[in-house]
Design a protein around this ligand. Sequence first.
Ligand code: WT7
Length: 631
Amino acid sequence: MQITSFEQYEENYKKSVENPEQFWGEVAQNFQWRKPWFKVLSWNFKDPEIKWFEGAKLNITENCLDRHLATNGDKPAIIWEPNNPDEESVTLTYKMLHERVCRFANVLKRNGAKKGDRICIYMPMVPELAIAVLACARIGAVHSVIFGGFSAKSIADRINDSQCKLVITADGAYRGNKQIPLKDVIDDALIGCATVEKCIVLTHVRTPVSMLKGRDVWWEDEVKHVNDICDAEEMDAEDMLFILYTSGSTGKPKGVVHTCGGYMVYAGYTFANVFNYQPGEVYFCTADIGWITGHSYIVYGPLSQGATSVLFEGIPTYPSPSRFWDIVEKHKINTLYTAPTAIRSLMSFGEEPLNGKDLSSIRVLGSVGEPINEEAWHWFDEKIGHGKAPIVDTWWQTETGGIMISPIATVTKTKPSFATLPLPGIQPILVDENGNEIEGNGVSGNLCIKFPWPGMLRTTYGDHERCKQTYFSTYENLYFTGDGCLRDEDGYYRITGRVDDVLNVSGHRIGTAEVENAINMHAGVVESAVVGYPHDVKGQGIYAFVINPEMHGEADLTKKDILQTVTRVIGAIAKPDKILFVSGLPKTRSGKIMRRILRKIAEGDTTNLGDTSTLLDPAVVDEIIEASKKY
Ligand code: WT7
């Protein structure tokens, strides 16, 4: 299933378009199934209804663990690098990981979990997080991992939306020199979560935590009560594997649903190809398992291919901005997959942190999460890859399950700041506002996908209509990505950023409406409008225009109060970088906020604001411009 030449890529691509069922049927033969499918694909994008490998039975953990035991049982599956470099790293071989997953799967059963139950996971980046994820999959429970930066309210909303029965957490997490009290946050969340019966708590930082009798149990105690034999639950290819909440342009985050068979095939296939993974290599993806990148390219993709996956607890700048390079040297990393925001942040420290670091093990570099600017691309290429490691700029989304448009390392060409070409099986098209296809090269438009792929989302949990509206209704018979895109003269794709009201802050996806709702929850705030603006390190920063709130003390203090409210409602990751108090917002006569104008002001470009004649009160624009200049 690994492509080794450009000609083979072209052949495979052609075949995947002309005969997708045959193509994916053959790819799927590289995985272990308990029963084969009777139909590779049935689909329509209207409802939408998408079924891959219908009738097939499998368990993804047999593909990620059991099938490697005979040949690769003693090979490292996970290498854990702790936050504190003075602490020992931990290596789990496939045998050890298998044993721990089975044991913890039995803990889940002992605590009442069954196939189909939803389980919320809120944990630090420790091996037990991967173990918890895989243990859910082992018994057919549906995991919903929540990133450690979200607040109690965000957790409660997600737990309630999918009616989780269990929560798996830890006492706390280390992040650089900070400690995050995870169990405290969970305790606050669970006040409003009637469906949660049990909470399993891992000891990690050993900070004091409250343990409620009958509900809370310790991970370390529970594993003593069970053995490590746990047959994998037989799952239908289209049974739910996990839910992952993600932000959209409106309302609350939605639970993107991925299913067992198609997701497994897609995560495994794309991992093997994009990174050109070779047996014995050490692969390091710096994402958090709380996001889709961690699901697909720390856990499921690499493990399904018998790879060695490094799991890092800390942050790139702790204890110093040399940390990534120390890890590369220490574990002889062959593939480093990271985010443009991390690259830009490390770039800003200059070359000193690189002095004396041996990066010669690096063979492939990867970028994900946001457009990578040329400067960062070249720095990554020259300083980290020494001009010898292809950079795979991988475009994809939570909803796509795996990488969609990307170079294939050592096989297809790279181009600075271009995601380049679609992977086999992916049929991108560009459309104009009316949904007409924009053909030819040297064109831009909205990026859509016109044919299903195995890793695509199946629904949004509990609200299929929302899935249909969000992704399949903007343009008939197309999956709409929400991204703008350029196809250059050579037919290479460059993602230009979101065309909806979704922000990408340090690679984290945040809806402007969500941030506005959080700001508006602050006592004294009547209305606000949030837009993104270019930020040197974060990619996008959050700019909030807030109609003069009732002040409580100085304006600066009131701004801090608002930040505190946003932290409580969503989490620290959604805190605006700038808050500007204004007396009004630019609205049309029908009451719609003209974000275009606010975006321009936030960018500091007020020369050409376009047509403002439809505004209810054009004078407000000048006032906002004046205020923004004084910021
Ligand atoms: C959005 C999806 C994919 C995992 C991490 C983010 C942006 C993602 C790229 C890239 C330009 C990118 C898009 C996309 N994005 N990768 N290589 N080049 N933009 O997943 O949170 O679901 O966000 O991230 O705007 O729609 P996500």
